[in-house]
Design a protein around this ligand. Structure first.
Ligand code: NAD
Length: 369
């Protein structure tokens, strides 16, 4: 049995609380002899600043680089609001994304049957929804130069951000999209604004060419990103994998997220390039939510996004898609039985805390195994 190196970075606020439940799931896998994990743990965000004066230490960066996968909780909180900008808690996460070159951000939007009523859309539009938004994470307008505000000297200022993409950046994210689609419903919809943006035109051309170069079995369609936003709330179930740039992906993935109900339910993965020898990608898995200072330390946090992020790790880093499916089914079954944390509480359901939700999911996993 292979041993996988996991590096845990619980972070701040509810991060350590939800990570505690992932530790139990990891232990369950070890006890069952399903997989073997070598665990190490580090500090990130405010927790790292308090000890090292940095949002992540060089030593922990080395461990992150050497790990097969990083499981990340959340960072930030009012305690660290006043610290220098380059040492702020989020800087640790941004450094990890940059140094590991995690260019592909996967945000699934899945509606669990028991929570179809919690969506802002009508139940029939979202029931059974299972789409994946793939956002380019290291290029585009958030990083392009020049990026500046200049004083025009006449009482006016001029702000510039630069949307820039090169062929290789589009090609590599398109390849991830096609490969992911093959493990799902085999359909990719690429979104850009080729009608008004040169970068959109290149995006469209490169994705089209990449599909011809080895992915002709995958169905490819194109949509203007604004129309895509409209379609996401009109008929979200028409999509399988959506691939788009950093800016549009930021917005469209948040739109898709809200179709599913609560922040406490949303996992994510960020993947980098595949190792030439082993084929294993650098990877970081994290819930979409933040450190939730308003409920931190109270045992109230919903651990589902964090546990579902670990399920993504099983699927995308360790080729354990069957077991990932079982963890996801255990979550769905716990919800079916009426267990709810405060953020997803509905009338007539059983309100539980972080640990009890962990108990319920582990009990269902045991049954499914
Ligand atoms: P947040 O996601 O922490 O919380 C927003 C709301 O959702 C809060 O009411 C919170 O209680 C609730 N919530 C979030 N996750 C939950 C969970 N698992 N279970 C139950 N309820 C949950 O966002 P925010 O309040 O805007 O930010 C709080 C801090 O987190 C800030 O310091 C922010 O910078 C940081 N943040 C970090 C990340 C990250 O680590 N990736 C992401 C977003 C925000």
């Amino acid at each position: 049995m292979a041993t996988y190196k996991l590096f845990l970075l619980p972070g701040d606020g509810i991060g350590p609380e939800v990570m505690g439940q992932v530790r139990r799931v990891i232990q369950w896998f070890q006890d069952k002899g399903v997989a073997s994990f070598e665990l190490d743990e580090g500090l990130v965000g405010g927790a790292a600043y308090d000890v090292h004066g940095e949002s992540i230490s060089e030593d922990d960066m080395k461990k992150a680089m050497a790990a097969d996968a990083i499981i990340f909780g959340a960072v930030g909180g009012p305690k660290w609001d006043g610290i220098p900008y380059d040492k702020r808690p989020e800087a640790g996460l941004l450094r990890l994304r940059k140094d590991l070159a995690l260019y592909a951000n996967l945000r699934p939007a899945i509606v669990y049957p028991a929570l179809a009523d919690a969506s802002s859309l009508k139940k029939e539009l979202v029931e059974g929804l299972d789409i994946l938004i793939l956002r380019e994470l290291t290029g585009g307008v958030y990083f392009g130069e020049p990026k500046e505000i200049t004083d025009l000297g006449n009482g006016q200022q001029r702000a510039v951000d630069t949307q820039v993409y090169e062929t290789y950046e589009i090609d590599r994210i398109a390849r991830v999209a096609f490969e992911l689609a093959r493990t799902r419903d085999n359909r990719v919809c690429s979104m850009e604004k080729r009608n008004v943006m040169k970068s959109g035109l290149l995006w469209n051309q490169v994705v089209t060419a990449t599909q011809k170069d080895g992915y002709q079995d995958v169905e490819l369609s194109h949509m203007l990103a604004d129309a895509g936003g409209m379609q996401l709330v009109r008929n979200p179930k028409q999509f399988d994998v959506i691939v788009t740039d950093n800016l549009f992906g930021d917005i469209l993935s948040d739109v898709a997220a809200m179709l599913t109900g609560s922040l406490g339910m949303l996992p994510s993965a960020s993947l980098g390039a595949a190792d030439e020898k082993t084929g294993v990608r650098k990877a970081l898995y994290e819930p979409v939510h933040g450190s939730a200072p308003d409920i931190a330390g109270k045992g109230l946090a919903n651990p589902i996004a964090m546990i579902a992020s670990f399920a993504m790790c099983l699927r995308y880093s360790f080729g354990m898609g069957d077991w990932a499916g079982k963890v996801e089914a255990a979550i769905a079954n716990a919800l079916d039985k009426g267990y709810r944390t405060g953020d997803i509480m509905q009338p007539g359901m059983k309100q539980v805390g972080t640990v009890e939700m962990g108990d319920a999911i582990l009990a269902e996993l045991e049954t499914l195994a």
